[in-house]
Ligand binder design. Structure first.
Ligand SMILES: C[S@@+](CC[C@H](N)C(=O)[O-])C[C@H]1O[C@@H](n2cnc3c(N)ncnc32)[C@H](O)[C@@H]1O
Length: 122
């Protein structure tokens, strides 16, 4: 069983699953010049921790995409609990077949470096 599968099934209190944690997320967002006018795409968003953090910290809108329905549900619940549900959208989709409506966003995805390079599409 993979770590992701374990996290889908168990509530281990682990919310961030990328190297460097939220510290590197913040650094990357600052490098990309994310602000309250930004619309950010978080590919493989998992439980939505980075998406909620970005919205809370920078006031930006975030679209999180993940292939796991369980992760998407967790992310939606989390956004509601944290009061950022109006700034965040979570979509069940395969990162390799992203719906065209979400392409023109700033791509910020520290957890999917093998599939994407980070690029600012503003
Ligand atoms: C290691 S977790 C990272 C979660 C989150 N980004 C974080 O940093 O905490 C990887 C996530 O990628 C998702 N994932 C794996 N393959 C995917 C794909 N092809 N499309 C979208 N999401 C995918 C998994 O469901 C899982 O939630």
């Amino acid at each position: 069983m993979s770590l992701e599968e374990i996290l889908e099934k168990e509530d281990l209190g682990i919310e961030v699953l990328h190297p460097g944690g939220l510290e590197i997320t913040k650094e990357l967002a600052e490098l990309c010049g994310i602000n309250r006018k930004s619309k950010v795409l978080d590919v493989a968003c998992g439980t939505g921790e980075s998406a909620c953090f970005l919205s809370e910290t920078f006031g930006c809108e975030v679209v999180g995409v993940d292939a796991s329905p369980i992760m998407i549900e967790k992310a939606k619940k989390k956004a509601k609990m944290r009061g950022v549900e109006r700034k965040t959208t979570f979509i069940l989709a395969d990162a390799h077949k992203l719906p065209s409506r979400i392409i023109p966003l700033t791509l910020l995805s520290p957890s999917a470096p093998s599939a994407f390079s980070t690029k600012n599409l503003h």
